[in-house]
Each structure stands twice: as structure tokens, then as C-alpha cells.
Design a protein around this ligand. Sequence first.
Ligand code: CP
Ligand code: NVA
Length: 342
Amino acid sequence: MASRTTMEPRELQIPVQKDPDILAAAARLAGEDLCSIADLSSAEVRAILKLGHDVKRNPRDYRHALDAKQMVLMFEKASLRTRLSFETGINTLGGNAIFLDQTNSPLGERESIADVARNVERWVDVIVLRTYAHDTITEMAANSRVPVINALSDFEHPCQALADFMTLEEHFGSLNGINFTYVGDGNNVCHSLMLTGAQLGANVTIATPRGYSPDIEIVTLARDIAQANGCELRLLQDPAAAAEGADAIYTDVCVSMGMEHESTKRAPIFRPFQVNETLMQKAQPNAVFMHCLPARRNAEVTDAVLDGPQSIVFDQAENRMHAQKALLLLLLGGLANVEKFQ
Ligand code: CP
Ligand code: NVA
């Protein structure tokens, strides 16, 4: 397998205002929710990434696209990247963010989720949720007249995956046929990566310990998408085999938020799945290392890999903001206020 990696991020020059994917996505996605990556077609994922690259390169063009739009972030779990990238993102589009800390007051406890939705939609233009139960997000979406965005549930992390594949595009250009490997727990981040990779034509390989495989419904869906896009989805339990010839190796914590009570049990199970220099050597010589962060240093990944020359973890973190700005522009109809789209 030939290496496709160049370590220098590319400048992507795409005339966004004429791009048919972006124009179609702007028409279809206005007012919609993003609960799952599966809410988007392959063309819509491509559109978000293309717009994300342009927003990153030309932020001033979008400075007033969402003037006075109000965003509420309701988070049941801790966050650094997601909260700040949404807040800075909406602020730099002319809007405003209001953060509600739900860590001590889970959604649905004080009043029903439907009643929360019916109140909140009267004041804000978009609801961004970080929850334990995925159903909390779908229930809010079902009852809200303004878009609801999943900012991580126990089942998916779609905004993370959009930023991650945007970052990969900066390194590889087209992702068609790229070999993307995920090693670790088959849960939220893994699910969104599988779906997004398949939508973009990447060959996705997942290596999880037995008992920690991704959800079968997501696997089936991702396989169908992969087949339609001429790429492959493989599920393995051997991290070394999964790393062989990979262009990108990605991992996540083995103890997700809410699973802390399983830390002692999980540590020995996930130890063989650590991404270290030995595992990276099985990948292409210029393969990139990826992590959604926060990382548990020297647990799922060693310092040498996380801080090493192949690591692009902080590019991923930066791109959270650009990809989410693109998403917000599409869900909130913001391109109507951008001069080059007139
Ligand atoms: N990757 C990610 O979602 O980071 P936070 O938990 O800090 O938001
Ligand atoms: N899987 C991790 C991702 C954190 C961004 C968790 O759910 O805690």
C-alpha cells in the first residue's frame, strides 16, 4: 500500500459560492437538527467540510453571517474543546452563546425535556446539547422548532468527526481510499468516525477489545454507506493488524465520561490497545496520529506518540471551531447573509 501522507496541511482552494454540494446543503439543512452523522448525506458531509475550509481561510467573509443569533449550550458533562469552540465559533459569526451547566441537574429531571424545548425555542435560535443518554438529544430535537446539535452523547460525537475528517483533508486532500484506523473503545467517537469515514470514501478499520465493539446498528449503517461509496469497513480485535499500512491511527480514552466506575476493570483489557511507537511503526511511515482529547497520557497513548511529529491532535482541536461554524451557517441559514453567496 502506498503512503498518501504529507505532513504539511494543504491550502484547499475551492470556490465555495459555486459549489453544488454547499448550495444543496444550504437549502436542505436550514432548520434541521444534527443528532447523528447519519442525519447527513455524503454530499452534505462534503459540503460542511468544504465550507469549513473556507471559513477557516476567510473568517472575515462570515463575520456577520449569524448576527444576533442566540445559541444555548446545555451540558450534562464536562467540556473544554466543545464548549469553547462553539462559543468562539458563534461569537465570530456575529451571534452569542449562553452556557447552562447541567452537570448537577440532568436534563429531564426538573421538568420534561419536551417542556424545556418548548421554552428554550422561544428565546434562542439553536440548542447545543452534551448528554449521557442519546435519547435526551433526539427527544429535544423532536420537540424543538429550532435546530438541536449533538455536542456528544453516550452514542455519538458528530461534531468531533466532522472536524477530524476536515483535518485529514488538510493532510491528504481527497479521503477517497485513505486507510483510517481507530483503536480503542467502540463507543460515541468511534461511531461517528465510522459513519463519517464511510461517507467520505475512506477504508475504515476498527480494533476494539472483545465486548467493546461498536453498536451493531451503526456497523450495519456504516457498512451500507461504505458499500455505496466503494470503500470498506473492517472490525478487528487485533490492534497490530488494524495498524498495518494505516494512513491515520486514531484513539480515544478507554474510560469515557460516565464510565469511571469501570476504570479498574477496563485498564488491563485496554492495555494491549495502547497507541505507542511500536504500533505507529506498523502504519505508513508518514501516518498521522489522532485523538479527540482529552487524553489520558501513557494510558491509551504514550507521550512519545501524542507529542511526536506524527501527532495532529491540536489541528483537530482547532478545526472543531471551523467545522462547527460551517455547520451553524448551514443549519441557521447564515449563507444568506454572506456577500459572496449573493
Ligand atoms: N473532544 C472533546 O469533545 O473535548 P471536550 O470534552 O473538552 O469538549
Ligand atoms: N469518549 C469520550 C470522548 C470525550 C470527548 C467520552 O465520552 O468521554
